[in-house]
Design a protein around this ligand. Structure first.
Ligand SMILES: Cc1ncc(COP(=O)(O)O)c(C=O)c1O
Length: 388
């Protein structure tokens, strides 16, 4: 079939390609260690599942409002108001099937052909994909290891032009685990205000933070709420990746546009899922605490295990569930090293280049899987490095 030209501009997530390759090896009987998947191995808590079952029995089986059920939007407005220290009203909330649609619809609503959008590189690959899709120019800003994978603020300043329409930030960050400091947010906010730029702040890992890290939203800085789209969702915090529930918090006029895009695409987010999401936000939060404590244990194990391998160095990330070890000392590129680890040692990882050109020389490992897979993966990586 003849395709529209715009389809050639749409990218994808390489993580899914590696998963396919890993599954093919498993089909041949290989015992693959999965360190590529960005998904917690925890099950959704029982109270959330029970709320979904109750919603089915209570008849939440019909179309609902495109922007989301009022009771869930209200709970989200309260949660974001309390956690970010800003006043959020219900009409500033749009609920979508996962956090990704906020990214897609937000860029579609705000960015014109020929505009420029600044985004972190390495970064979540969907940013660049959607920027290209709408015919805008992606302007990558490198995240460098020397500054713990935060934005290089000088490079950021140099990237701003009179065409810059949006800056995308993501903290805690996928794939590096980088964490923006308040001083970073202040510098970005100053640039945004000076140049009338919209900020898309991807905060889906806001609750998955360690040590003394404290998540702050750029939306809470003076003059920023009116120019910020917060992306949030239940996938990571509540181990609900497959349920598809996310939301955006943004100025009400933009939320109305997102709602229009929902009418034109999904009609609404499944009401059963929204009722489960309401329980997640308003019910007991102890499971989140337990999950983060366990993830911290895994982070400590993977960071110390990687640093014990000669030739590999790894920063200690403050959030999310990824590490981004430096493998430039290996006698091959990070793409070849990731492929070597998969084919020869059956360890599935992602090359840093899956997240953009500045990811070259690194691997991304997810520690959301299980402690056993981390230990086995580390053993195999150490053996691979030893034999190189
Ligand atoms: C930075 C970031 N934003 C958004 C998402 C997508 O979240 P969801 O599954 O809720 O669409 C992910 C998922 O991996 C992510 O890493």
């Amino acid at each position: 079939m003849k395709l529209a030209k715009r389809m050639s501009r749409l990218g994808t997530e390489t993580a899914f390609d590696v998963l396919v390759k890993a599954k093919a090896l498993e089909a041949q009987g290989r015992d693959v260690v999965h360190l590529e998947i960005g998904e917690p191995n925890f099950d959704t808590s029982k109270n959330i599942c029970d709320a979904a079952v109750k919603a089915i029995r209570d008849g939440y089986t019909h179309y609902g409002p495109a922007a989301g059920l009022p009771e869930l939007r209200e709970a989200i407005a309260k949660y974001i108001s309390d956690s970010r220290g800003i006043e959020v009203s219900v009409d500033e909330v749009a609920v979508t099937p996962g956090a990704k649609p906020i990214m897609f619809f937000g860029i579609l609503s705000c960015v014109d052909e020929g505009d420029e959008v600044i985004y972190p590189n390495p970064g979540f690959p969907i940013y660049e994909s959607v920027i290209n899709f709408v015919g805008a120019k992606p302007v990558p800003v490198p995240l460098r290891e020397e500054v713990d994978f935060r934005f290089d603020l000088d490079a950021l300043r140099d990237s701003v032009s009179d065409k810059t329409r949006m800056i995308i930030i993501n903290s805690p960050q996928n794939p590096t685990g980088g964490f923006l400091l308040k001083s970073d947010l202040e510098a970005i906010a100053e640039l945004a205000i000076e140049n009338n730029i919209t900020i898309m702040s991807d905060e889906v890992y806001s609750q998955i933070i360690y040590d003394d890290a404290k998540h702050e939203s750029i939306a809470a800085l003076p003059g920023m709420k009116e120019r910020t789209i917060i992306i949030e969702g239940h996938s990571k915090t509540y181990a609900m990746t497959g349920w598809r529930l996310g939301y955006g918090v943004m100025p009400a006029d933009l939320a109305a546009q997102i709602t229009k895009l929902m009418v034109n695409s999904n009609s609404c987010t499944a009401a059963i899922v929204q009722m489960a999401g309401l329980e997640a936000l308003t019910g007991p939060q102890d499971e989140v605490g337990k999950m983060v404590a366990e993830l911290k244990r895994r982070r400590d194990a993977i960071v110390s295990g990687l640093n014990a391998i000669e030739g590999i160095t790894c920063k200690n990330p403050l959030g999310a569930f990824y590490v981004f070890p430096n493998v430039t000392a290996m006698p091959m590129s990070s793409d070849d090293f990731a492929e070597h680890l998969l084919q020869k040692y059956a360890v599935a990882t992602l090359s840093g280049t899956a997240f953009g050109e500045y990811g070259d020389g690194y691997l991304r490992l997810s520690y959301a899987g299980s402690m056993e897979s981390i230990k086995e993966g580390l053993k195999r990586i150490a053996e691979a490095v030893d034999k190189l």
